[in-house]
Ligand binder design. Sequence first.
Ligand code: NAD
Length: 257
Amino acid sequence: MSLKGKTAVVTGSNSGIGLGVARELAKAGARVVLNSFTDRDEDHKLAADMAAEFGTEVVYIKADMSKGDECRALIAQAGACDILVNNAGIQHVAAIEDFPVEKWDAIIAINLTSAFHTTAAAIPGMKAAGWGRIVNIASAHGLSASPYKSAYVSAKHGIVGMTKTVALELARDKITCNAICPGYVMTPLVEAQIPDTMKQYGMDRDEAIEKVILQRSATKEFATVEQIGGTAVFLCSSAADQITGTTISVDGGWTAL
Ligand code: NAD
Protein backbone atom coordinates (compact mmCIF):
# COMPACT_ATOMS: atom_id res chain seq x y z
CA MET A 1 0.00 0.00 0.00
CA SER A 2 1.45 3.36 -0.98
CA LEU A 3 0.82 6.68 0.71
CA LYS A 4 3.01 8.54 -1.81
CA GLY A 5 1.73 12.07 -2.37
CA LYS A 6 0.03 12.23 1.05
CA THR A 7 1.28 14.33 3.96
CA ALA A 8 0.85 12.90 7.46
CA VAL A 9 1.05 15.08 10.55
CA VAL A 10 1.67 13.09 13.74
CA THR A 11 1.46 15.03 16.99
CA GLY A 12 3.85 14.07 19.79
CA SER A 13 6.04 12.00 17.49
CA ASN A 14 9.62 12.33 18.71
CA SER A 15 9.12 9.30 21.00
CA GLY A 16 7.08 6.18 21.64
CA ILE A 17 3.90 5.38 19.72
CA GLY A 18 3.90 8.65 17.73
CA LEU A 19 7.39 7.93 16.44
CA GLY A 20 6.41 4.33 15.64
CA VAL A 21 3.31 5.49 13.74
CA ALA A 22 5.32 8.17 11.89
CA ARG A 23 7.90 5.57 10.85
CA GLU A 24 5.26 3.19 9.46
CA LEU A 25 3.61 6.05 7.53
CA ALA A 26 7.00 7.13 6.12
CA LYS A 27 7.74 3.50 5.20
CA ALA A 28 4.45 3.49 3.26
CA GLY A 29 5.69 6.55 1.32
CA ALA A 30 3.95 9.45 3.06
CA ARG A 31 5.62 12.81 3.56
CA VAL A 32 5.72 13.04 7.36
CA VAL A 33 5.61 15.95 9.79
CA LEU A 34 7.05 15.07 13.19
CA ASN A 35 6.14 17.19 16.21
CA SER A 36 6.78 17.79 19.87
CA PHE A 37 7.12 20.79 22.19
CA THR A 38 10.95 20.75 22.12
CA ASP A 39 13.23 22.23 19.45
CA ARG A 40 16.48 20.32 19.91
CA ASP A 41 19.09 19.35 17.31
CA GLU A 42 18.16 15.71 17.96
CA ASP A 43 14.51 16.40 16.98
CA HIS A 44 15.60 17.68 13.56
CA LYS A 45 18.19 14.88 13.24
CA LEU A 46 15.41 12.35 13.87
CA ALA A 47 13.53 13.81 10.88
CA ALA A 48 16.64 13.83 8.67
CA ASP A 49 17.53 10.24 9.58
CA MET A 50 13.98 9.05 8.90
CA ALA A 51 13.95 10.83 5.51
CA ALA A 52 17.20 9.10 4.57
CA GLU A 53 15.97 5.71 5.81
CA PHE A 54 12.65 5.75 3.95
CA GLY A 55 13.41 8.02 0.95
CA THR A 56 10.60 10.45 1.69
CA GLU A 57 10.41 14.00 3.02
CA VAL A 58 10.28 14.22 6.81
CA VAL A 59 10.24 17.53 8.69
CA TYR A 60 10.08 18.36 12.37
CA ILE A 61 7.88 21.23 13.59
CA LYS A 62 7.91 22.40 17.20
CA ALA A 63 4.45 23.09 18.63
CA ASP A 64 3.16 22.73 22.19
CA MET A 65 -0.05 20.68 22.09
CA SER A 66 -1.20 22.21 25.39
CA LYS A 67 -1.71 25.52 23.54
CA GLY A 68 -4.58 25.86 21.07
CA ASP A 69 -2.90 28.46 18.85
CA GLU A 70 0.22 26.27 18.51
CA CYS A 71 -1.93 23.24 17.58
CA ARG A 72 -3.52 25.23 14.77
CA ALA A 73 -0.17 26.72 13.71
CA LEU A 74 1.29 23.20 13.37
CA ILE A 75 -1.31 22.33 10.74
CA ALA A 76 -0.75 25.64 8.91
CA GLN A 77 3.04 25.18 8.92
CA ALA A 78 2.80 21.56 7.76
CA GLY A 79 1.93 22.82 4.26
CA ALA A 80 -0.63 20.04 3.81
CA CYS A 81 -2.37 17.54 6.07
CA ASP A 82 -4.01 14.59 4.33
CA ILE A 83 -3.51 12.29 7.33
CA LEU A 84 -3.76 13.64 10.87
CA VAL A 85 -2.68 11.43 13.75
CA ASN A 86 -3.61 12.92 17.11
CA ASN A 87 -1.18 11.11 19.36
CA ALA A 88 0.42 13.57 21.83
CA GLY A 89 -0.39 12.53 25.36
CA ILE A 90 0.77 12.54 28.95
CA GLN A 91 -0.23 10.60 32.04
CA HIS A 92 -0.39 11.14 35.79
CA VAL A 93 -1.35 8.51 38.34
CA ALA A 94 -2.96 9.65 41.64
CA ALA A 95 -6.13 9.17 43.67
CA ILE A 96 -8.73 11.73 42.59
CA GLU A 97 -8.78 13.52 45.95
CA ASP A 98 -5.02 14.10 45.66
CA PHE A 99 -4.98 14.71 41.90
CA PRO A 100 -3.03 17.95 41.23
CA VAL A 101 -5.25 20.49 39.43
CA GLU A 102 -2.43 21.48 37.06
CA LYS A 103 -1.97 17.81 36.04
CA TRP A 104 -5.71 17.47 35.39
CA ASP A 105 -5.68 20.62 33.22
CA ALA A 106 -2.56 19.54 31.30
CA ILE A 107 -3.90 16.04 30.59
CA ILE A 108 -7.23 17.37 29.30
CA ALA A 109 -5.44 20.01 27.18
CA ILE A 110 -2.81 17.73 25.63
CA ASN A 111 -4.74 14.43 25.38
CA LEU A 112 -8.12 15.85 24.32
CA THR A 113 -8.37 19.56 23.48
CA SER A 114 -5.31 19.52 21.18
CA ALA A 115 -7.17 17.08 18.90
CA PHE A 116 -10.09 19.50 18.70
CA HIS A 117 -7.75 22.27 17.50
CA THR A 118 -5.71 20.18 15.02
CA THR A 119 -8.82 18.49 13.61
CA ALA A 120 -10.64 21.80 13.14
CA ALA A 121 -7.57 23.26 11.43
CA ALA A 122 -7.00 20.24 9.16
CA ILE A 123 -10.55 19.71 7.88
CA PRO A 124 -10.71 22.55 5.28
CA GLY A 125 -7.62 21.18 3.48
CA MET A 126 -8.94 17.61 3.58
CA LYS A 127 -12.29 18.75 2.17
CA ALA A 128 -10.52 20.66 -0.61
CA ALA A 129 -8.44 17.55 -1.41
CA GLY A 130 -11.54 15.32 -1.38
CA TRP A 131 -9.81 12.78 0.88
CA GLY A 132 -8.64 12.65 4.47
CA ARG A 133 -7.84 10.38 7.36
CA ILE A 134 -8.00 11.34 11.03
CA VAL A 135 -6.57 8.74 13.40
CA ASN A 136 -6.85 9.43 17.10
CA ILE A 137 -4.59 7.47 19.41
CA ALA A 138 -7.04 6.87 22.24
CA SER A 139 -6.49 3.93 24.62
CA ALA A 140 -8.13 0.91 26.21
CA HIS A 141 -8.77 3.62 28.81
CA GLY A 142 -11.06 5.25 26.22
CA LEU A 143 -13.35 2.22 26.63
CA SER A 144 -12.88 1.19 30.25
CA ALA A 145 -11.43 2.68 33.42
CA SER A 146 -8.70 1.99 35.95
CA PRO A 147 -8.37 3.55 39.39
CA TYR A 148 -6.01 6.53 39.91
CA LYS A 149 -6.22 7.68 36.27
CA SER A 150 -9.26 9.99 36.40
CA ALA A 151 -7.92 12.70 34.08
CA TYR A 152 -6.48 10.25 31.54
CA VAL A 153 -9.61 8.07 31.45
CA SER A 154 -11.79 11.19 31.10
CA ALA A 155 -9.67 12.55 28.24
CA LYS A 156 -9.55 9.19 26.44
CA HIS A 157 -13.31 8.59 26.75
CA GLY A 158 -13.68 12.17 25.47
CA ILE A 159 -11.57 11.54 22.38
CA VAL A 160 -13.56 8.41 21.56
CA GLY A 161 -16.72 10.56 21.67
CA MET A 162 -15.10 13.23 19.51
CA THR A 163 -14.02 10.52 17.02
CA LYS A 164 -17.63 9.44 16.51
CA THR A 165 -18.89 13.01 16.18
CA VAL A 166 -16.20 14.08 13.68
CA ALA A 167 -16.83 10.90 11.63
CA LEU A 168 -20.53 11.76 11.32
CA GLU A 169 -19.83 15.38 10.40
CA LEU A 170 -17.40 14.32 7.62
CA ALA A 171 -19.16 11.16 6.45
CA ARG A 172 -20.01 12.58 3.00
CA ASP A 173 -16.58 14.14 2.44
CA LYS A 174 -14.47 10.98 1.99
CA ILE A 175 -12.75 11.80 5.26
CA THR A 176 -12.73 9.08 7.90
CA CYS A 177 -12.10 9.50 11.62
CA ASN A 178 -11.28 6.54 13.86
CA ALA A 179 -9.58 5.85 17.16
CA ILE A 180 -6.95 3.23 17.87
CA CYS A 181 -7.21 1.92 21.42
CA PRO A 182 -3.92 0.36 22.52
CA GLY A 183 -3.64 -1.62 25.71
CA TYR A 184 -0.11 -1.26 27.07
CA VAL A 185 2.83 -0.47 24.82
CA MET A 186 6.25 -0.20 26.50
CA THR A 187 7.15 3.47 25.88
CA PRO A 188 8.57 6.25 28.09
CA LEU A 189 4.97 7.10 29.13
CA VAL A 190 4.44 3.62 30.59
CA GLU A 191 7.97 3.43 32.01
CA ALA A 192 7.30 6.68 33.90
CA GLN A 193 4.15 5.39 35.63
CA ILE A 194 5.76 2.20 36.95
CA PRO A 195 7.22 3.90 40.09
CA ASP A 196 3.83 5.48 40.97
CA THR A 197 2.06 2.19 40.34
CA MET A 198 4.57 0.42 42.61
CA LYS A 199 3.88 3.04 45.28
CA GLN A 200 0.07 2.96 44.95
CA TYR A 201 -0.05 -0.85 45.17
CA GLY A 202 3.01 -1.44 47.42
CA MET A 203 4.62 -3.78 44.85
CA ASP A 204 8.06 -4.23 43.30
CA ARG A 205 8.60 -3.51 39.58
CA ASP A 206 8.01 -7.04 38.20
CA GLU A 207 4.92 -7.52 40.35
CA ALA A 208 3.51 -4.11 39.32
CA ILE A 209 4.00 -4.96 35.61
CA GLU A 210 2.49 -8.45 35.91
CA LYS A 211 -0.31 -7.86 38.42
CA VAL A 212 -1.36 -4.28 37.63
CA ILE A 213 -0.14 -3.09 34.23
CA LEU A 214 -0.66 -6.34 32.30
CA GLN A 215 -3.40 -7.60 34.63
CA ARG A 216 -6.14 -7.10 32.05
CA SER A 217 -4.11 -8.16 29.02
CA ALA A 218 -5.21 -11.69 28.10
CA THR A 219 -2.02 -12.25 26.10
CA LYS A 220 0.15 -10.89 28.98
CA GLU A 221 2.25 -9.11 26.36
CA PHE A 222 2.88 -5.46 25.53
CA ALA A 223 1.84 -4.32 22.04
CA THR A 224 4.63 -2.79 19.94
CA VAL A 225 4.79 0.68 18.40
CA GLU A 226 5.15 -1.03 14.99
CA GLN A 227 1.81 -2.79 15.53
CA ILE A 228 0.10 0.52 16.36
CA GLY A 229 1.76 2.08 13.28
CA GLY A 230 0.61 -0.80 11.09
CA THR A 231 -2.96 -0.30 12.31
CA ALA A 232 -2.74 3.40 11.40
CA VAL A 233 -1.45 2.54 7.90
CA PHE A 234 -4.36 0.11 7.50
CA LEU A 235 -6.82 2.88 8.45
CA CYS A 236 -5.25 5.02 5.70
CA SER A 237 -5.73 2.29 3.06
CA SER A 238 -8.68 1.94 0.69
CA ALA A 239 -9.67 -1.25 2.57
CA ALA A 240 -10.71 1.12 5.37
CA ASP A 241 -12.78 3.52 3.22
CA GLN A 242 -15.98 2.46 5.01
CA ILE A 243 -14.44 2.26 8.48
CA THR A 244 -15.33 5.50 10.25
CA GLY A 245 -16.48 6.60 13.68
CA THR A 246 -15.22 3.50 15.39
CA THR A 247 -12.49 2.18 17.67
CA ILE A 248 -9.92 -0.51 16.89
CA SER A 249 -8.51 -2.18 19.98
CA VAL A 250 -4.88 -3.34 19.93
CA ASP A 251 -4.96 -4.52 23.53
CA GLY A 252 -4.18 -8.24 23.77
CA GLY A 253 -7.81 -9.00 24.66
CA TRP A 254 -8.08 -6.49 27.53
CA THR A 255 -11.52 -5.16 26.53
CA ALA A 256 -12.82 -8.66 25.63
CA LEU A 257 -12.70 -9.68 29.28
P1 NAD B 1 5.56 8.94 25.09
O1 NAD B 1 5.76 9.67 26.35
O2 NAD B 1 6.62 8.03 24.58
O3 NAD B 1 5.21 9.94 23.90
C1 NAD B 1 4.39 11.03 24.08
C2 NAD B 1 4.72 12.02 22.97
O4 NAD B 1 3.91 13.19 23.18
C3 NAD B 1 6.17 12.44 22.99
O5 NAD B 1 6.63 12.60 21.67
C4 NAD B 1 6.10 13.79 23.70
O6 NAD B 1 7.17 14.64 23.33
C5 NAD B 1 4.78 14.29 23.17
N1 NAD B 1 4.22 15.37 23.96
C6 NAD B 1 3.99 15.41 25.32
N2 NAD B 1 3.52 16.61 25.67
C7 NAD B 1 3.44 17.34 24.53
C8 NAD B 1 3.04 18.66 24.24
N3 NAD B 1 2.64 19.50 25.22
N4 NAD B 1 3.11 19.08 22.97
C9 NAD B 1 3.55 18.26 21.98
N5 NAD B 1 3.94 17.00 22.18
C10 NAD B 1 3.88 16.55 23.45
O7 NAD B 1 4.18 8.16 25.27
P2 NAD B 1 3.42 7.07 24.38
O8 NAD B 1 3.20 5.91 25.24
O9 NAD B 1 4.08 6.90 23.08
O10 NAD B 1 2.01 7.80 24.20
C11 NAD B 1 1.56 8.30 22.96
C12 NAD B 1 0.05 8.27 22.94
O11 NAD B 1 -0.39 6.92 23.04
C13 NAD B 1 -0.60 9.02 24.11
O12 NAD B 1 -1.76 9.71 23.66
C14 NAD B 1 -0.98 7.91 25.05
O13 NAD B 1 -2.05 8.26 25.87
C15 NAD B 1 -1.35 6.82 24.06
N6 NAD B 1 -1.36 5.47 24.63
C16 NAD B 1 -0.21 4.92 25.10
C17 NAD B 1 -0.25 3.63 25.62
C18 NAD B 1 0.97 2.97 26.13
O14 NAD B 1 0.85 1.88 26.73
N7 NAD B 1 2.16 3.49 25.93
C19 NAD B 1 -1.45 2.94 25.65
C20 NAD B 1 -2.60 3.53 25.16
C21 NAD B 1 -2.54 4.81 24.64
